[in-house]
Design a binder for this molecule. Structure first.
Ligand SMILES: Cc1cc2nc3c(=O)[nH]c(=O)nc-3n(C[C@H](O)[C@H](O)[C@H](O)COP(=O)(O)OP(=O)(O)OC[C@H]3O[C@@H](n4cnc5c(N)ncnc54)[C@H](O)[C@@H]3O)c2cc1C
Length: 478
């Protein structure tokens, strides 16, 4: 049996721990059954955002006339769009695989790994002609990610459905699509398919789409998505049935009303389930290693990301704290520092941002107003529309805003941005929060005029007690 200093299960963010170990001269192994780079590269962040960029281009053409530039959308070659995105992301995954194979101190095993004892892994190879390998790691990192969750809906077993794993690279655009799930993946794909001309319905259980966001953010996203899709919030899919190749979803009001009066039936060519994700830990035989998981299968770790078994660490979607690529990458840095340098580094999610790539865009860090109210914390919130800054006015980003939230002593508690470039704008706030900063750390530095960051400046300037404000205010014009 081959033995390694470190064995990483999963070729997504976890593989960065293996390459860091190799850079330190250690022998590392990565076990991965699928394309290298994990969900992000071939079925998550990158292809979805590449498609959404194309939706933005289409929307740009449609909206050009508002800016005095009449333009007509002739045709959309849907198959070409998905094929070009597919080829780009798979080329990246192939390059990542070549990079690992070229490394003298990282060995790549192609197959699914599972524990047979504390740190011995059996690999069920992709190629059935090969026998199962067994390898042992002085240290093992669990980074096997997550997969779409399929909810128990009556009739689902007899119906063909899509998940985000297979909806991104369809050769033809569905004419009609029902999306079940109003979280960020459902909302992003609803925007994409809707902007490209599909007749989309979204069924979401909560009162608003993207319900985990600050209420004002969820409200704007829900209202905007209504221009691309028929939105059924407050509904859940009760049953599905397929007739003549078409799927009918029967959705009922979520919650107490069981009269059946408000039941809706939505029929479409395709059904896309975007009902959350579950960790890929069910096939890992975690008990064989003494690794504990919660009742949903998320691996339990301490703040250093070590599991309940010594020398077995976990990161990324299997930890379930912040299911985002940048969080998984940050966790991989923490694990690398703790395993390779015994750094005793603890993970800190206080300034962990996230973004949603709908139209309008969303980006957020820290607490929402609801969370602060539940915690009974004193805070002040200021909301400034994009139109307060000249560039916001020029872009006609009418529903855009920056909401800044701070404690009475000026500590930044949260920031929620809706509108163009939201994810980019948020970063000055993330940097300030990461350094334990206050509103003056954002309001104090000079902001380029007339950049969109002036909206962030204006919101934090409003919260600041510093005298002599120079924040722009074009609200009287826009
Ligand atoms: C449609 C979509 C859009 C998204 N958009 C964004 C976004 O815009 N921004 C963002 O930050 N995040 C986004 N995410 C989330 C992001 O993709 C994940 O949070 C991130 O990929 C998690 O990294 P990971 O390394 O934990 O898991 P993964 O990247 O999933 O990597 C885990 C790897 O483990 C492998 N594996 C599974 N089982 C085993 C096993 N038994 N043995 C060995 N290997 C195994 C898998 O094949 C996979 O390659 C999106 C996700 C989806 C689905």
């Amino acid at each position: 049996m081959d033995a390694y200093d470190i064995v990483v299960l999963g070729g997504g963010s976890g593989s960065q721990v293996a390459t860091a170990a190799a850079d330190e001269g250690l022998e590392a192994a990565v076990v991965e059954p699928g394309p290298l780079g994990g969900a992000c590269i071939t079925r998550g962040c990158v292809p979805s955002k590449a498609l959404i960029h194309r939706a933005d281009v289409v929307e740009g053409v449609r909206g050009a006339e508002e800016f005095g530039v009449p333009a007509r959308l002739e045709d959309i070659d849907y198959g070409e769009i998905t094929a070009s995105v597919h080829d780009t992301v798979y080329a990246k995954a192939d390059n990542q695989e070549s990079g690992l194979r070229d490394s003298e101190t990282v060995t790549l095993y192609r197959g699914e790994g599972r524990f047979v004892d504390d740190r011995t892994i059996e690999i069920d190879p992709n190629d059935e002609a090969n026998e199962a390998d067994r390898i042992r790691g002085e240290t093992v990192v669990i980074a096997v990610g997550s997969r779409p969750m399929v909810p128990p809906i009556d009739g689902l077993e007899d119906v063909d459905f899509l998940t985000s794993d297979d909806a991104l690279f369809l050769e033809e655009r569905p004419d009609e699509l029902v999306i079940v799930g109003g979280g960020y993946i459902g909302a992003e794909l609803g925007y994409f398919f809707g902007a490209l001309g599909a007749d989309v319905s979204i069924v979401g259980r909560s009162d608003q789409l993207v319900p985990r966001e600050d209420d004002d953010v969820s409200a704007v996203v829900t209202e905007s998505l209504e221009t691309y899709c028929d939105v059924y919030t407050g509904y859940e899919a009760g049953s599905v049935a397929e007739t003549d190749g078409r799927v009918t979803v029967t959705a009922e009001p979520a919650g107490e009303d069981e009269s059946g009066d408000d039941t809706v039936e939505l029929t479409a060519d395709d059904l896309l389930l975007a009902t959350g994700r579950r960790p890929n830990t069910d096939a890992l035989d975690l008990e064989a290693a003494g690794v504990e998981a919660d009742d949903k299968g998320y691996v339990e770790t301490d703040e250093r990301l070590e599991t309940t078994a010594e020398n077995v660490w976990a990161l990324g979607d299997v930890v379930g704290e912040q299911p985002f690529k940048h969080a998984a990458d940050d966790e991989s840095k923490t694990v690398a520092a703790n395993v390779l340098d015994d750094a005793g580094k603890t993970i800190d999610y206080e300034a962990m941002p996230h973004a949603i790539f709908t139209s309008p865009r969303v980006a957020s860090v820290g607490r929402t107003e609801d969370e602060l109210e539940d915690e009974g914390r004193e805070y002040e919130a200021v909301t400034v529309p994009y139109g307060a800054a000249p560039l916001g006015m020029i872009l006609e980003a009418d529903d855009g805003f920056v909401k800044a939230i701070a404690a009475p002593d000026g500590e930044i508690l949260g920031c929620h941005i809706v509108g163009p470039q939201a994810a980019t704008l948020l970063h000055e706030v993330v940097v300030a929060m990461d350094g334990g900063g206050t509103v003056d750390d954002v309001a104090g530095p000079v902001h380029v005029h007339p950049a969109l960051n002036e909206v962030v400046y204006a919101a934090f300037d409003d919260l600041s007690d510093a005298p002599y404000s120079t924040a722009p205010d074009w609200r009287d014009v826009s």
